[in-house]
Ligand binder design. Sequence first.
Ligand SMILES: CC(C)(COP(=O)(O)OP(=O)(O)OC[C@H]1O[C@@H](n2cnc3c(N)ncnc32)[C@H](O)[C@@H]1OP(=O)(O)O)[C@@H](O)C(=O)NCCC(=O)NCCS
Length: 435
Amino acid sequence: MNDTTTSYVQWFRQSSPYINAHRDKTVVIMFDGDALLHDNFTRIVQDIALLNSLDVRMVLVHGARPQIDAVLERLDITSQFHDGLRITDAEALRAVKAAVGMVKADIESLLSVGIPGTAMHGSRIRVVSGNFVTAKPLGVIDGVDYQHTGEVRRIDHQAITHLLDQYNVVLLSCSGYSPSGEMFNLSLEDVAYHAAVSLRADKVIAFGPDDGLYTPEGDPLKELTCRQLEARMSDFTDETDLLQASMAVRCVRQGVPRVHLISYQTDGALLQELYTREGKGTLVSQEAYDQLRPAGIDDVAGILELLAPLEEQGILVRRSRELLETEIHRFHVIERDGLITACAALYPYSSDMAELACVAVHTSYRGTNRGQRLLEQIEEEARRRNINKLFVLTTRTAHWFIEHGFVAAQISELPPEKQKMYNYQRNSKVFFKSL
Ligand SMILES: CC(C)(COP(=O)(O)OP(=O)(O)OC[C@H]1O[C@@H](n2cnc3c(N)ncnc32)[C@H](O)[C@@H]1OP(=O)(O)O)[C@@H](O)C(=O)NCCC(=O)NCCS
C-alpha cells in the first residue's frame, strides 16, 4: 500500500466507531441565509447526503435573512429593526414569503442532484417540508409592535418523527403558521431550538462563518460545558456568535446532549466534526467530555483515591504518596469534571521493553471502554519511544489482558531487574504483548 492508501485505510478504520455511534441518531442541522450563498454550500449538501446514507436522521433548518433583504430591496421597501429583530409588516411579509419559498426550493433542488463521483450519486434523498411549525406573534414589546415577526409555539414532532422513521430528510424554514392561518417570520435559532428539544435530538449542528467560538485572545474553544459557555457569554461581541452561543446553552439546558458549532466556509467541517476525534469546531455538552491526558502532580490525590480500594482488595500493589509523586510523569489519567475516573502507567525497562502498570478504572465507570482507551494511549506512547514489547503482571485480570492481545509468558522472560523484584507470595501471572 502506498502512503495515501495507508492513511486512507487508517482514517476509515478510525472513523468506524463514529459511524456506528451516529447511526439512527437524530440531528438538527441549521444554517443561515449566508451559508446558502457561500460557494461551499454545494459540498455541505453533498456531506448531508453522505450522512443520510450512513443512516443519520436529519432535520434541516434554514434561515433566509440576506435573501429577504434582497427581495425587500427589489421591492424598494425599507425594513425596520428593533433590538436586532425585524419588524415584519404586511409588505415585509410578502418579501419573507417570496424569499423563504425560493430558498426552500433551492435546497430541495440541491438535494435532488445525482452527480456521479459525489455522495449524491444514486442516493435518492427524499426531502419533506410542510406546516410542522406553529407560530404565535411576538406581540408588542416596549411599545413596539413586531406584527408578523413571531416565535415558535410548538413543533409537530410526531409528524416529523414519523417522516424520519421512513428515512426522509425533513426541511424546516424560518417561518411558521398560526392556527388562524397567519404566517410569521421566525428566527432560525428559535426554530432549531424548539425542533431539537421537542424531537429529543441527539445533536444540533449549527453552521456559522467561523470554525466555532474563540476566546478574546483568538484561541479556538474546542470543547465547553454549558456552564463554561455561560460564564464566557460576555466575551462574545459578534452577533452570530452570541445568537449561536445562547441557542447552544438553551438546547443543552433542555436536554440536548451536544451542540456543535462549525463553519460553512470550511470544506468537510461537518464530516470532520462528526467522524474524527479532534473535530473541527466547538462542542458544547452537558458535562465535560472525558479527557484522557498525561497526569500531573495535582492528580496525585485523585489517583490515590482511585487506587485505594483496589489496593485494599489486593488487586494492585500498594503505592505510597511519595512514590506516586516521583512517578507521576509515567501516568496517564482520564478525567471527568474534575474526577479521575481511570489511570494507567508505563515503566520502561530497557530500550525496547516496558511494563504496563496500575491500570485501573473507577467502579462506577467500568465497561465504557476507558480501560481500552488507556491501553491504546499507553501503546501509542510506547511505540513512540521505540518500545516493541509490553509486559504486565496481574493476579485477577488475566482475561482482560488476553482479550486485548496479551499472551501468557514466563517469569524468566521478564527483564532481570523485574525478576529480582518478583513477589513469589503474590504469584502474579506474566503477560506480554508485541507492539
Ligand atoms: C480491568 C479494568 C481496567 C477494565 O476497565 P474497563 O474500563 O471496565 O474496561 P473496558 O470497558 O475497556 O472493557 C470492559 C470489558 O472487560 C471485561 N473485564 C473487566 N474486568 C475483567 C477481568 N478482571 N477479567 C476479564 N474481563 C474483564 C468486562 O467484563 C467487559 O467485557 P464485556 O463488555 O464483554 O462484558 C477494570 O475492570 C479495573 O479497573 N479493574 C480493577 C483493576 C485491575 O484489575 N487492573 C489490572 C491490573 S494491572
